[in-house]
Design a protein around this ligand. Structure first.
Ligand SMILES: O=C(O)CCC(=O)c1ccccc1C(=O)O
Ligand SMILES: [Mg+2]
Length: 369
């Protein structure tokens, strides 16, 4: 039984080691809200708001999430008696969308739930792996710089490589990469940069033996993706288009994709992530865990989630050092030969490094009843 007594929102800003560019957004400074929940027995759980400062990836922002948490979601949750984190879906039922705000609080409560049961978050979610395979993402820059980065990450042992593409830089980039790395497990993420009018250009991508193309068309679409999948041999993977398990069901029914990217923040939390995972498993759709340029608090949640059986493709889960100078958890999250062990310790399995957290914190908001 969990009775929430206090929620602390840590507002932090970190500078990325190098700016990250996709077809729709450019990130240099990463603002985040870390959600620390304490229950009546003093057990603490951690979650993270993965929305960005501006609404370029989804409609939420750090500020909308702060408002939702402070004025709506925390007041709905505080002093409730919760037996299982799945109940939060009912508690949040009267709040439309705002998935990233919901997921941050839900994730912290999953952490508390596992800690109170004295089991790992992985076990609490039904995970079956004791290590996960890791992939890495290379943002848009010059072709030579992208190839250099792939080479470096290849030497580090990453198991899957994702490049960001756009109609302005796709075919030539892939030709160059394939010259150097003909067999690399490679995929491309377009973040909705194409429309069906680009179908001839998209079909050209079939020659590069990509594991998949991620979100080529609009974030709101599942109809055009189904039409495109019929014409392309490269499997389509949906990211932005899937915000609920209902979206997933419809995309499966329409044949809009062969693979799904699951991000707890985008779909409103771990309970919904698990539902999508199960639904995809029943329908022969592979899933993998996406990334959001997050801190290691989300990374820890993602590692636990990726230990579920149908996460059969390495996700965007890299070492903290891919993006950050310092890790805010202990032990630091690092890949070794392209893998990360799934912690067996209770909850997320990592401790917060308060010293490092303090360096990045600009304000702290405490919410009680
Ligand atoms: O390494 C990561 O954290 C994932 C990078 C990434 O691709 C991404 C980062 C921010 C927002 C959206 C996306 C995406 O998957 O589309
Ligand atoms: Mg994506």
């Amino acid at each position: 039984m969990i009775k929430i007594e206090k929620v602390t929102l840590h507002h932090i800003t970190q500078t990325l080691k190098t700016p990250f560019t996709s077809s729709i957004g450019h990130v240099t400074e990463r603002e985040s809200l870390l959600v620390e929940v304490m229950d009546s027995e003093g057990i603490r759980g951690w979650g993270e708001v993965v929305a960005f400062s501006t609404p370029w990836y989804t409609e939420e922002t750090t500020s909308t999430c702060f408002h939702l948490l402070k004025d709506i979601l925390v007041p709905l949750t505080i002093s409730q008696t919760i037996e299982h984190p799945e109940e939060l879906q009912f508690i949040f039922h009267k709040v439309k969308r705002n998935q990233m705000a919901k997921a941050s609080l839900e994730g912290a409560i999953w952490d508390i739930y596992a800690k109170k049961k004295n089991i790992s978050l992985s076990s609490a979610l039904g995970g079956t792996r004791n290590e996960i395979e890791c992939g890495v993402v290379v943002g848009i820059s010059s072709i030579s710089s992208m190839i250099d980065q792939i080479s470096r990450y290849h030497e580090e042992g990453y198991k899957r490589f994702k490049i960001k593409i756009s109609p302005a830089q796709d075919i030539q980039l892939l030709q160059e990469i394939r010259k150097t790395f003909p067999d690399l497990p490679l995929m491309a993420d377009a973040n909705s940069a194409y429309t069906l009018d680009d179908i001839e250009q998209l079909k050209e991508l079939d020659q590069f033996n990509l594991m998949m193309i991620e979100q080529p068309l609009a974030a709101e679409d599942i109809i055009d993706h189904a039409k495109l999948q019929e014409k392309m041999t490269t499997p389509i993977c949906l990211d932005e288009s899937i915000v609920t398990s209902e979206d997933a069901r419809k995309a499966i029914e329409l044949g809009s994709c062969k693979i799904m990217n699951i991000k707890p923040g985008r779909v409103g939390g771990l309970t919904e992530s698990k539902k999508i995972h199960d639904l995809c498993q029943e329908n022969g759709i592979s899933v993998w865990c996406g990334g959001m340029l997050e801190t290691s608090i989300s990374r820890a949640h993602n590692i636990a989630l990726a230990s579920l059986p149908n996460f059969s493709i390495p996700g965007d889960i890299s070492s903290f050092s891919r993006y950050w100078e310092q890790d805010i958890v202990l032990p630091e999250i690092k890949t070794v030969k392209g893998k990360i062990p799934v912690p067996a310790r209770p909850g997320i399995g990592f401790d917060i490094n308060r010293e490092v957290l303090k360096e990045y914190t600009s304000s702290v908001t405490t919410l009680t009843k």
